[in-house]
Design a binder for this molecule. Structure first.
Ligand code: IMP
Length: 197
């Protein structure tokens, strides 16, 4: 069975292939489409934006379609950068973005933050489904660690005494927002489309 991932990001495509091909799916992505224009992501939540992307590509190709949206929300900053996580301080690298967020929280005791990942799926009947994962933590006082990506070096996990950039990929995957959402997606696909060869 064919499945379309609403992204042209090669790393994301590779990860989805690794997960979905063993279940018998043939994985496609939007780099195969010559006349596809991505919809404007004007939702106000991660779930809305994931659904907009999944619906946009489903309407174009009429096959099961998947899109994800994720980001970091910081309570003391009115949940910023939130759905704008990828575009926050555009033009700057993550070391600068992370320093900026630490600076903005200077003197602030409320360090609570969380990562969200929403994976939207439009099934073969055109019905929407959303799988969500959330990882809670705090904004560290100093960046630390070199694993992971993005905001991981400033995301402090008290129960580990480490930032998420100091976790191994397996440790992060076991608890992360993306790991949780992905496991929910896989459970759904195994139940709904048992096409393992
Ligand atoms: P997306 O690819 O549009 O979902 O962008 C998500 C953005 O949120 C990324 O570019 C990162 O800035 C941030 N983000 C999401 N998940 C993580 C994570 O696991 N670690 C660090 N940053 C993340």
């Amino acid at each position: 069975m064919d499945i379309m991932i609403a992204t042209g990001n090669k790393n994301k495509v590779r990860e989805y292939k690794e997960m979905l091909e063993p279940l018998g799916f043939t994985v496609h992505d939007t780099s195969e489409l010559t006349d596809y224009i991505e919809p404007v992501e004007d939702g106000t939540t991660f779930a809305e934006n994931a659904l907009i992307k999944a619906r946009g590509v489903f309407d174009h190709v009429s096959m099961i379609s998947i899109a994800d949206d994720s980001g970091l929300s910081i309570r003391a900053l009115d949940n910023e950068p939130g759905i704008h996580s990828a575009r926050y301080m555009e033009g700057y690298g993550y070391p600068e973005k992370n320093r900026n967020l630490i600076e903005r929280l200077k003197g602030c005791d409320d360090r609570f933050a969380w990562f969200t990942c929403d994976i939207a799926l439009i099934d073969h009947n055109g019905q929407p489904h959303v799988f969500e994962g959330i990882m809670e933590g705090e904004i560290a006082y100093e960046p630390a660690g070199s694993n992971g990506f993005g905001y991981d070096p400033i995301f402090w996990l008290g129960q580990y005494g480490k930032t998420s950039a100091q976790l191994t990929p397996d440790q992060k995957n076991a608890i992360s927002h993306r790991g949780q959402a992905t496991r929910k997606l896989l459970e759904f696909l195994k139940k709904e489309y048992d096409n393992e060869e």
